[in-house]
Design a binder for this molecule. Structure first.
Ligand code: UDP
Ligand code: MN
Length: 297
């Protein structure tokens, strides 16, 4: 329910990656659920930035026009290949550490664009919320946006914990070498690792942070992966996770209710005994995340 007279100076920038959607009904359905739930609870105008190739952008626009009225949104199309090209020198060195498809580096570079979004968005854009397509809102995105106000001085990104023991697994060698470490432990005190389905990007803070930008350098990524014996396949969230192990203060931790992931794959793959320490999420869920194709209730 949008009140046109209220809050109209505030428009929330939302960035959504939507690629290879042609002939992918499953992905199209996810976007439809995401957008209609987003709009049915949003109290402020939204500027939607779709990162994709032309075909997918056309599909996104049709879905959007179908579910939202013109007054409540603005649509911006960003060419995924152009962005990937612009960010090539930053993203390419990450792919060998954080991608499972070493043969198709370029086509998967869209999984890494969030890490350097501050370099491609206009400097007039100070903040943005980046969202997966497989989400469902049950509350107003304005409340999520308001969490930017809780950022501490050095925070550049707001992100929720990963709700499976993925990183307990990935860091297993480091954990064996460092008994008692917080690395890979569950919340509230552990360095659990992150899930990048919902991201609060303080683009201005990202631009200004020398530390954050130094972590995007190929050499820094190399050193971090060596120090933690890290080999991942989850793209941007692997990098955020790894940086967090050393520089906790760069991140604002979002409560799990803002990214309630539903995937339970790791429960049946060796981690049944400790699974619930990661997966449990108390409180009223505001964003469901049907990751690994899990149906949303
Ligand atoms: N995505 C896309 N096209 C694809 C695969 C992924 O646009 O072919 C985008 C989409 O926004 C999706 C996000 O990338 O939500 C991350 O992928 P996904 O949600 O499937 O990963 P998961 O959350 O299951 O790990
Ligand atoms: Mn997802």
């Amino acid at each position: 329910p949008i009140d046109a007279n209220k809050n109209n100076s505030l428009e929330i920038n939302i960035i959504i990656t939507f690629t290879n959607a042609d002939n992918n009904q499953n992905l199209q359905n996810k976007l439809r659920v995401m957008l209609s739930s987003l709009f049915s609870h949003a109290s402020v105008p939204l500027a939607l930035h779709f990162i994709g190739e032309e075909k997918s952008q056309g599909i996104a626009e049709i879905i959007l026009r179908d579910i939202a009225s013109n007054a409540t949104f603005k649509i911006v199309k960003l060419d995924v290949n152009k962005l990937a090209q612009e960010l090539h020198t930053i993203v390419e060195p990450m792919q060998k550490h954080f991608s499972s498809k070493p043969g198709s580096y370029y086509s998967h570079s869209f999984f890494f664009l969030s890490v350097a979004m501050h370099k491609v968005m206009p400097t007039t854009m100070h903040r943005a919320i980046m969202l997966d397509a497989d989400l469902k809102f049950t509350d107003d995105i304005k409340k999520l946006y308001d969490r930017f106000r809780l950022f501490k001085k050095d925070n550049v990104i707001g992100i929720a914990r990963e709700l499976q023991p993925v990183y307990r697994h990935t860091f297993s060698l480091y954990r064996t070498e460092h008994p008692g470490t917080r690395v890979g432990e569950p919340g509230p005190d552990g360095l659990t690792g992150f899930n990048s389905g919902v991201l609060l990007l303080d683009l201005e803070a990202m631009r200004k942070s020398d530390l954050y930008n130094s972590m995007l350098q190929a050499k820094a990524v190399e050193l971090l992966t060596e120090e933690f014996h890290f080999k991942g396949h989850l793209g941007d969230q692997d990098l955020f996770t790894l940086i967090n192990m050393k520089y906790e203060w760069l991140f604002h931790i979002l409560p799990c209710i803002w990214n309630r992931q539903l995937c339970t794959w790791w429960k049946d793959h060796g981690y049944a005994d400790i699974f619930d320490h990661y997966y449990t999420c108390e409180g009223d869920v505001k964003i469901w995340h049907g990751n690994c194709n899990t149906p949303i209730p």
